[in-house]
Design a protein around this ligand. Structure first.
Ligand SMILES: [Mg+2]
Length: 395
């Protein structure tokens, strides 16, 4: 059997060389951390705005973008998927990640379910898979015990649209639905490092008061669909950074901290190198789109993270960062979403242009889910409220 261990022998959390020993993600109950509402909602909604901004140019080269929109490229929403401000699979899956954080925490809090929410995340992604057109009895796998999926999010009709979902994700979720085992850091289901894991990872920053717990949870969430370390470590890195930003750290500090963590993980070289390249490019001043493309196309995890990070580092303001993040030949909606997650967590919801928020598809759904997450992840959570458990079943 190949050695698929991921925790390194030098990891401060692991004194057992060669063994798969993950840091504990127990967190503390009750959850004492107070997450600033404006930063968290900014993270969630600015990510969606960046996704919507980039959606029309996801599959256009830089030359095609300039031909269509002028020398400055795309600077405002333009119609895609039938309208302005339409989100894509990036935001759809981010919402299901956020819902899984709430549901996983309800289970942990009330029923002492598993401390690591991997199963709850898998269940959430199977519900998203159902929204892509597969009947629940065929999409839910072992979770499809009832005729219909539970929770309120999956019943939002506007989520039931295909917005260029990633093939890796669809294949992995179909595999689980058909009976394959859940992907783990120690049980890699494929060798993909597509950006489908990092693009949905930001809400994992809620899970714990310790950013390392959030890193691990996001990496595990990534490993459900992406088996290459760069695929799931880039997801872990984003959640760690967002956690630190929510708690008030500045972006360069958060990046330095996550780098220090990343280097203790096996097979993290690509992710570390991509983050280093992003920081180096940003330190040379504002990059041109051509220079930004030196970081890659963003189709794979570490490149999407790097482009989002670089744009966030050099941005004059949130809107400027999002425009920079989407004008390149690569995966513009994912890089826009990641940049939005970062800048939204730094600057908060008031920094998102009101016009973009007003036209954002599913804004009310995002705000409702985002505010519910703040309730669940607060010292004053709703405890035994039965209606809460109906909205957020604990599995
Ligand atoms: Mg997309």
């Amino acid at each position: 059997m190949p050695d698929t261990t991921i925790a390194p022998p030098t990891n401060r959390h692991d004194g057992t060389p060669g063994a798969l020993v993950l840091p504990s993600v127990d967190g503390d109950l009750p959850y004492e951390r107070v997450i600033p509402a404006d930063r968290w909602l900014g993270c969630l909604l600015a990510g969606a705005v960046g996704d919507a901004l980039g959606a029309p140019v996801e599959f256009l080269s830089l030359a095609e973008i300039r031909t269509r929109f002028g020398a400055d490229g795309l600077t405002d929403y333009t119609p895609a998927y039938g309208g302005r401000g339409r989100i894509t699979d990036d935001t759809q899956m981010t919402l299901f990640t956020a819902e899984a954080m709430i549901r996983g925490h309800v289970g942990k809090r009330l029923m002492f379910f598993e401390q690591q929410p991997g199963s709850v995340l898998q269940h959430a992604y199977q519900r998203w898979y159902h929204t892509q057109g597969t009947p629940w009895h065929r999409a839910g796998g072992s979770y499809a015990m009832e005729a219909e999926p539970d929770g309120w999010l999956v019943r939002v009709p506007e989520l039931h649209h295909r917005r260029a979902p990633g093939a890796t994700v669809l294949t992995a979720l179909k595999g689980f639905a058909d009976g394959a085992e859940r992907g783990l850091l120690s049980r890699r289901i494929n060798n993909s490092k597509g950006c489908g894991a990092v693009m949905r990872a930001a809400p994992c920053a809620l899970w714990s008061e310790d950013p390392l717990d959030c890193f691990v949870v996001a990496a595990q969430a990534g490993a459900l669909t992406h088996g290459h370390p760069t695929g799931f470590l880039s997801a872990g890195a984003l959640a760690f950074v967002v956690h630190r930003l929510l708690d008030g750290a500045d972006l360069p500090t958060a990046l330095a901290e996550v780098r220090a963590e990343l280097v203790t993980w096996e097979e993290s070289e690509e992710t570390v190198a991509a983050l280093d390249a992003a920081v180096d490019l940003a330190e040379r001043g504002r990059p041109t789109p051509e220079q930004l493309e030196s970081l890659g196309g963003g189709w794979i995890g570490e490149e999407a993270l790097a482009i989002g990070v670089c744009a966030a580092l050099v941005a004059d303001d949130l809107a400027d960062g999002l425009r920079l993040a989407v004008n390149h030949s690569g995966d513009s909606d994912s890089t826009g979403a990641i940049c939005g997650n970062l800048l939204g967590a730094v600057h908060g919801l008031p920094a998102v242009p009101p016009g973009w928020l007003a036209e954002l598809e599913l804004r009310e759904v995002m705000e409702r889910l985002g505010r519910d997450a703040l309730v669940e992840f607060s010292p004053a959570n709703p405890l035994e409220d039965p209606t809460w458990r109906e909205r957020y079943p604990a599995w």
